[in-house]
Design a protein around this ligand. Structure first.
Ligand code: SAH
Length: 213
């Protein structure tokens, strides 16, 4: 299968799963995933699979990236926080759908690569920092949307506290292996509504900033 057919296959799978937002589908078609792959994996960019990147991490599965982006219900005006920049692929998709994207990564090496990819693609509404995502980005809070691209073992209370009114947080919640993708919505009365979207497999949220990578 060539890369155009493979991309179309992912867009079709998203449509089948009920993702019909034309902006999400358009972002998935226009952001070149091959740019975000590690050396040696470029020609597998359009496989619908999570694939290895540096520091023992993974670039997320394209279907899941599209699904999570749609789950954030973006209109283009939001300030979004991403926990786990990784390759920078999910960040790039979000940059097409939101006003500004803040992203945190615990590995400097990954962050540097992601930053140079975003620069090369002229995505100028991304602000990134090497920091422990478990703490969020208090100086920049509140955020209209928050997305975890690593699995948090429990309900992410510290990050829920950084949501703006009517905000949405999407995160894989659960232990290693399989997690539930949960969507939290902050209601007007201050209560969080919780909704399970599907089962997913993500690398875990790790403690602190990596010292030597
Ligand atoms: N969105 C990425 C997915 C990368 S995998 C992509 O599309 O490529 C999840 C990322 O979360 C990894 O890069 C991992 O290093 C990062 N991560 C794990 N724990 C973290 C923490 N405490 N703070 C910040 N980033 C973290």
């Amino acid at each position: 299968m060539n890369s155009v057919d493979a991309r179309m296959g992912i867009v079709l799978a998203l449509r089948k799963a009920g993702v019909i937002d034309p902006l999400v589908l358009d972002a998935m078609e226009t952001i070149p995933r091959e740019v975000f792959m590690s050396a040696g994996f470029e020609d597998r960019a359009w496989e619908d699979a999570a694939l290895p990147i540096e520091c023992g991490q993974t670039i997320s599965q394209p279907f899941v990236v599209g699904f999570m982006s749609a789950a954030l219900e973006l209109s283009g005006r939001e300030k979004v926080l991403e926990i786990g920049t990784g390759s920078g692929y999910q960040t790039a998709i979000l940059s097409k759908l939101a006003r500004r994207v803040y992203t945190l990564e615990r590995y400097r090496t990954l962050l540097r690569h992601a930053q140079s990819r975003h620069e090369a693609l002229k995505l100028t509404n991304i602000i990134s920092k090497c920091s422990d995502g478990a703490l969020g980005w208090p100086d920049q809070a509140p955020f209209d949307r928050i997305i975890f691209t690593c699995a948090t073992p429990h309900r992410p209370d510290a990050l829920l506290a950084q949501l703006a009114p009517a905000g949405i947080l999407v995160a894989p919640v659960g232990p290693g292996g399989v997690q539930e993708l949960l969507r939290y919505r902050l209601r007007k009365d201050g209560v969080f509504e919780e909704e399970a979207l599907m089962d997913v497999r993500f690398v875990p949220l790790l403690p602190g900033v990596a010292r030597d990578a």
